[in-house]
Design a protein around this ligand. Sequence first.
Ligand code: GDP
Ligand code: MG
Length: 597
Amino acid sequence: MNLDHIRNISIIAHIDHGKSTLADRLLQMTGTVTDREMKEQLLDSMDLEREKGVTIKASAVRMIYKYQGEEYEINLIDTPGHVDFSYEVSRALQACEGAILVVDASQGIQAQTMAHLFAALEQNLTIIPVINKIDLPGAMPDEVAQEIEDLLGVPAEDIPRISAKAGTNVEAVLEQVVQQVPPPKGDLNAPLRALVFDCQYDPYKGVIAYVRVVDGQINGTPALLAMSTGKTMEPLEVGVLTPAMLATNSLHAGEVGYIATGLKSVQDLDVGDTITLASKPAQERLPGYKPMKPMVFAGLYPSNPDDYGDLRDALEKLQLNDAALVYEPETSQALGFGFRLGFLGLFHMEIVQERLEREYDLDIIFTAPSVEYKVVKTDGTVLAIDSPAQLPDPTQIERIEEPWCELRIFTPAEYIGPVLDLVTKRRGELKNQNWLDTKRVEIVCMIPLSEIIVDFYNELKARTRGYASMDYTLDEYRPSDMVKLDILVNHQPVDALSVIVHRDDAYHKGQKLVSKMKEIIPRQMFTVPIQAAIGNKVISRANVQALRKDVLSKCYGGDVTRKRKLLEKQKAGKKRMKMVGQVEIPQEAFMSVLRLE
Ligand code: GDP
Ligand code: MG
């Protein structure tokens, strides 16, 4: 199709504001998917997306929309990876000229609305703001329109007010896309350059690259070259996504589609790479994506050591689907063989945990998450450390630096007090308060990353009745008085329970941890002392009293069902226990540092 009649767009939104629902409606309205198929295919995968927070299968969908008697090709590019991460979203945006920004009429602008918006503006995209969920009783479309006008300068009355769920006024969104989003530019006669914005493995066709062709064209199935890896490909077919793959055997500048590359493994192709013709390669590759750096780390162990192989397989598979996940083998004295995982952030970690448990049905133990510290040793060397176990002897440490971030919290004004209190308690410093209107405010503060990875989000939600949202970006490393807090169970330090904490919080956290352990660790046949220590110094202790031998005899002769219940309860409990030395420690103990408040 002629370039003037192509629009490449993405939909961005804070989670749950209606991105997927709007995508559904657009597909239906343009007849891309029939009403019958809608139920059978898409909603299913959308459900999956909603439930797991991961992207739908199709990374791009071509829609044909008739506007004023002319047909337009609208490519809707779904944001790959997790909707929560602006840097992941930005790579889809790089393949577009415009973005539909969906804002929930009952909630207004939220933290991730802003994060995604900034990412879109960075790519110079045309933004089409849309107010969704006007059918909700709590909808405040006028207020939200004003917020958007103040933010973007788009006149409030020009912003479509829709219900994606009911299908109300959705047409207005497509009209604005055609009118306002510029058509793609690109030189049809230049050497081929296609940006790979996502890829996926297809059991029949091998690695499928989703591409935006920036320059040139592909006709037929010529030999291709991935510019950064230097790998050549003998593609099987090229085409567009409707959302099913439809071979067209040609793609040209400005278009979005797929290349069945013929490669056998997803590892053979990097997302962000440029594909060109092997016979007539382009001179320069397109700007790729910034490599993503993990920010949060945690140990992962199988509950049952025999499952180590299964866990490794699961991680391998998961990584194919989630390039941002990194891992390496790790060993713990207490937990045996496992892995150290790196995540982009909190939401990412939650999703990975959830997927491992649900999709791979594994019984796993995660240790408390940690950030990456910089440890400057007395001999001048600098170590990057993301696990308490790696910390050198205190006498060799000159100083420790920890990552700080800029945290932006959106909240109704009545919760400013409780939010600031939380920020201060977590060593945060207030930087700015921006009023969105008379009722809502954006709080900007600087805070150590380690303070927000441990139960911060839940606490924030609890203090604001679920109304606040947050987003953060890494800022700088600052020197900090951090110490390693060890937990000793029955006089043995359990490495997987150690945490790195600020010295000021060490006593408080030590006490809380010890009393929590006392609750969690079941009574054994002997008394089990539990201690928190910094180096050799014990700062808190408690005992798990020995089990009274007559625990069952109490039921003897009495209620049989009660006795059976007790035994069954003990048996069920056993499965999720880990023997450490002579003591059984339940799985939840290893994450208990997350729930200290
Ligand atoms: P996403 O996370 O942005 O993709 O949001 P979803 O499309 O998954 O929608 C989140 C929730 O809001 C779902 O329960 C939808 O049914 C609901 N929803 C989406 N659009 C509307 C709407 O226009 N009106 C109402 N009442 N609910 C909506
Ligand atoms: Mg969704």
